[in-house]
Write a protein that binds this ligand. Structure first.
Ligand SMILES: *Cc1c(COP(=O)(O)O)cnc(C)c1O
Ligand SMILES: [Zn+2]
Length: 403
């Protein structure tokens, strides 16, 4: 009988040590994040593209390649299968044959963090975990605390005081044990590390928890399936911890191993960061394989305000291996682009997503993107979550006035 999941074990991409999938793990003893391996040889026999045909349009349609072993452990709010929208007017403006946007704003909780939360929380439930703790810039805390509520798991969330207020309210609404820190996500991370040590909670920090990548990887599966297994030439991703980029790269590699992708050419993966928080871009410029801590980082694109990512070496590997690149955009341009894209295409995107379109503009001017390239931007969240990024000037009328 076919298994629900073909997950086999966790492994360390740095030192190759392996770990069991049936007990909770965080980092490898060597300090590296762990990745999830699947028994692709057995799966190959059971699994065809046609297997997907009658499945619901959620990320769980790829359950064979996800780490949850029993269907009954799934905690879902219908996440996944977000639309890929043609951005025709922008394509014309930028002189690109095909410019599309996968809109993750249409995910439960309003950001793509729900993908990681859905899979991470489901696996936590399967492992019998009762309490989780995490540092966050907002969206991850919102997503994890809401999914945890659904799974009857207690969540402890620590976020910077200036993280978007909406995300704070989402955590409160979910009944999370919420705390603010006068500092950065890295400071929140240290508080969480000390607290899990003291109370024995499970640390679900970005990449300290192995299954968030697996959730985010489903963006790659969907891109492939939605585009009839022909991948775009270029994919741009707003990079903080880089989990999505690592995940998409992993997804394409798994699909290629299964022989589902029609070409062996990987899309060129582009990491986009904010100019005042650009550790990956700096490392890329210097041809390095890991990044340095970025002091005093700040940006309105809060989801990518990550001064040092645990998985930086994996992000850089994905960029180098696919012939991609890394680009930094300043906040003034990000906010200007957010308005421009929103009024041109009617898609109210988040600042993180807006940075991508500025990057496309720049890479097109530098001729790194060619007119014939098909280009896909991942808008990672909805603009509605960042009301402070848009000014709404309006006159106040008296009833009976005319415009
Ligand atoms: C978290 C976040 C990002 C960055 O995601 P990573 O996978 O950690 O790089 C980008 N955009 C938004 C809206 C986010 O919330
Ligand atoms: Zn290791």
């Amino acid at each position: 009988m076919p298994a629900y999941s073909y997950v086999s074990h966790l492994y360390c991409p740095k030192c190759s040590k392996t770990y069991s999938i049936n007990e909770p793990h965080n980092l490898c003893v060597c300090g590296s994040p762990l990745l999830t391996a699947y028994d692709l040889d057995s799966l190959n026999v059971q699994y065809q593209k046609s297997s997907l045909r009658d499945r619901a349009p959620t990320l769980w349609r790829y359950h064979e390649l996800l780490p949850v072993k029993k269907e009954e452990n799934i905690v879902s709010m219908g996440e996944g299968m977000t639309p890929i929208l043609p951005m025709k007017k922008l394509a014309e403006e930028l002189d690109i044959k095909q410019l599309t946007m996968k809109d993750e704003g249409l995910t439960p909780t309003g950001s793509f963090k729900s993908r990681g939360a859905a899979v991470g929380v489901s696996k936590a439930k399967e492992l019998g975990i009762k309490e989780i703790a995490m540092p966050t810039n907002g969206n991850a805390g919102a997503a994890w605390s809401l999914y945890a509520a659904r799974a009857s798991i207690t969540s402890h969330i620590v976020m910077p005081v200036d993280a978007p207020i909406v995300t704070r309210k989402e955590c409160a609404a979910a009944g999370a044990d919420l705390h603010l820190v006068n500092g950065l996500i890295s400071d929140a991370g240290k508080i969480v590390a000390r607290s899990v040590e003291k109370y024995g909670w499970f640390d679900v920090s970005t990449l300290k928890e192995p299954y968030r990548i697996e959730g985010k990887k489903t963006m790659g599966f969907e891109i492939a399936e939605q585009l009839q297994w022909k991948l775009p030439d270029v994919i741009l991703y707003p990079t903080g911890g880089g989990v999505g980029l690592i995940g998409i790269y992993k997804a394409f590699k798994e699909l290629m191993e299964l022989g589902w992708i029609l070409s062996s050419k990987m899309p060129r993966l582009v990491a986009v960061q904010a100019e005042e928080c650009a550790p990956i871009v700096e490392a890329y410029k210097q041809g390095k394989t890991s990044s340095e801590f970025w002091p005093e980082s700040r940006t309105a694109a809060f989801g990518i305000n990550v001064p040092k990512a645990l998985g930086d070496f994996l992000v850089l590997e994905a960029i180098y291996e696919t012939g991609g690149c890394a680009v930094a955009i300043d906040d003034a341009r990000i906010l200007k682009e957010q308005r421009h894209v929103t009024r041109t295409e009617g898609t109210f995107i988040c600042p993180e997503g807006a940075a991508l379109f500025s990057a496309v503009r720049e890479l097109r001017e530098d001729r790194w993107i060619k007119p014939n390239d098909s280009v896909l931007c991942l808008n990672t969240g909805m603009g509605i979550k960042y009301p402070e990024t848009i000014e709404a000037n309006a006159s106040v009328l008296k009833p009976g006035d005319t415009l």
